[in-house]
Write a protein that binds this ligand. Structure first.
Ligand code: CTP
Length: 410
């Protein structure tokens, strides 16, 4: 989205380049952004200049490269000029160090000062070794930035410097340029005017007035989906079993319906579904319930015989009465034969997209701030989303939802 006071003329991109081997790809990115008709203002950290020549970037951008807060004789406050004038700030590559400085709010060079001084959308494209990418510090810093609305693209999974392989590779420049175009043309508002219903948390089935049958879902991924959907412009209804407060910037834009049992969740979703454009079913709904005893089950009466009763599949039930154009997203928590089970669920539940969670994978699933998922789509598209903050996973899921809605789904 253009900044608050858009001026006529081409979009202005501040391209931040931090010090990592992938910095050499910023030259190609500059060329691609220029080819799309954008003005590119390259800002390098001091370390970046060890990996790619400022002269190369300056030649491709058609303007000087800046690094220091005080190296521009025409202005003593270049960061405010750059930050205010930008339609989008892209940092590619974003190193662990740059991400940490940004999350902390440090402004010790021109790039970090510009990041603080801008109201334009910021896209971070991380690139680093897998071990660094997966470290809690990097993930927590990105989660913090995600909560503040910073967009994170990548990293990809693939060959890394030094012959290693894994998540941490900079997203290809062409894909970054395409993402920037979508941001400029309203990617953040890509769900504007859409109604999105999100379910979250684990349902609780009472055994008696004291005890419940439940599961380990924390509701964090569902809350992140509701928050990100609201930031992308949707009107959101969150049906949840969790009391977790939402991020302050979106709390007012999300209607929260608190439920406990699978039956209450089903009723709330049924009420919201017909008006919804998309349903994102992140809740862990119980497959079984029981007839709750009206009084507390007493120890002295011996182990009770508890008969479990099946709960209908809420998602499959809603999918059966979908109207054309609605997009349905299911989640699958699996521990074995992950993708085969998930493929079956995609078909049986008749959803458009299935988000598959291997809940035994390190750092993923219940009780973690991070998640790693695979997105399976009707038609065979498969996208692996490696370990990242739950907000970044939400961006990946909702990006596909927006695409499916735009295409007219079914
Ligand atoms: N789901 C649902 N109603 C249920 C159980 C699950 O709507 N009673 C939804 C979940 O919200 C999720 C999807 O179905 O989006 C898959 O949930 P999961 O527990 O992985 O699958 P199940 O169909 O319950 O299969 P199983 O537990 O046997 O793996």
């Amino acid at each position: 989205m253009p900044s608050a006071t858009p001026e006529p003329g081409p979009y202005r991109i501040v391209l931040g380049v931090a010090g990592g081997v992938a910095a050499y790809k910023s030259a190609e990115l500059t060329r691609l952004l220029r080819a799309r008709g954008y003005e590119v203002e390259p800002v390098m950290t001091r370390e970046a200049a060890r990996f790619v020549g400022p002269t190369t970037l300056a030649a491709l951008a058609g303007r000087p490269v800046r690094t220091e807060l005080f190296d521009d004789p025409t202005t003593p406050i270049p960061h405010t000029r750059l930050g205010q004038g930008a339609d989008c700030v892209v940092v590619a590559p974003a190193t662990a160090h740059l991400i940490a400085r940004y999350a902390l709010g440090l402004a010790d060079d021109l790039l970090t000062a510009t990041l603080l001084a801008t109201r334009a959308p910021v896209v971070l494209c991380p690139a680093m070794h897998t071990e660094m990418w997966e470290s809690p510090s990097v993930q927590e810093n990105l989660a913090t930035l995600g909560r503040r609305g910073v967009l994170v693209l990548g990293p990809d999974d693939g060959a890394l410097a030094g012959g290693d392989e894994g998540p941490g590779r900079l997203v290809e420049p062409e894909a970054i340029a395409e993402f920037v175009t979508r941001v400029l043309e309203g990617y953040r508002g890509v769900l504007t005017g859409r109604r999105v219903v999100v379910s979250a948390g684990g349902t609780r089935e009472p055994l008696d007035p004291v005890r419940v049958l439940t599961n380990r879902s924390s509701g964090r991924q569902g809350a992140a989906l509701a928050e990100v959907a609201a930031r992308l412009g949707a009107r959101v209804t969150l049906v949840t079993t969790s009391d977790r407060p939402l991020a302050p910037d979106v709390a007012g834009a999300v209607a929260v319906v608190r439920v406990e049992t699978a039956a209450e969740m089903a009723a709330a979703l049924e009420a919201a579904f017909d008006k919804a454009d998309a349903l994102v079913m992140a809740a862990a709904v119980s497959d079984f319930t029981l007839e709750a005893r009206p009084e507390k089950i007493k120890r002295r009466d011996g182990a009770p015989n508890l008969a479990l009763l099946p709960v209908p599949d809420v998602l499959a039930g809603l999918a059966a009465r979908r109207r054309p154009g609605q997009v349905l997203v299911g989640f699958a928590a699996e521990t074995t034969d992950v993708e085969a089970n998930a493929q079956r669920k995609l078909e049986e539940k008749d959803v458009d997209l299935l988000v598959v969670n291997d809940v035994t994978a390190p750092g993923a699933g219940f009780d973690h701030e991070t998640n790693a998922v695979t997105l399976l789509e009707r038609g065979g598209r498969v996208e692996r989303v490696s370990l990242r903050s739950k907000a970044a996973v939400a961006h990946a899921v909702l990006g596909r939802v927006a695409w499916l809605l735009d295409r007219g789904a079914r």
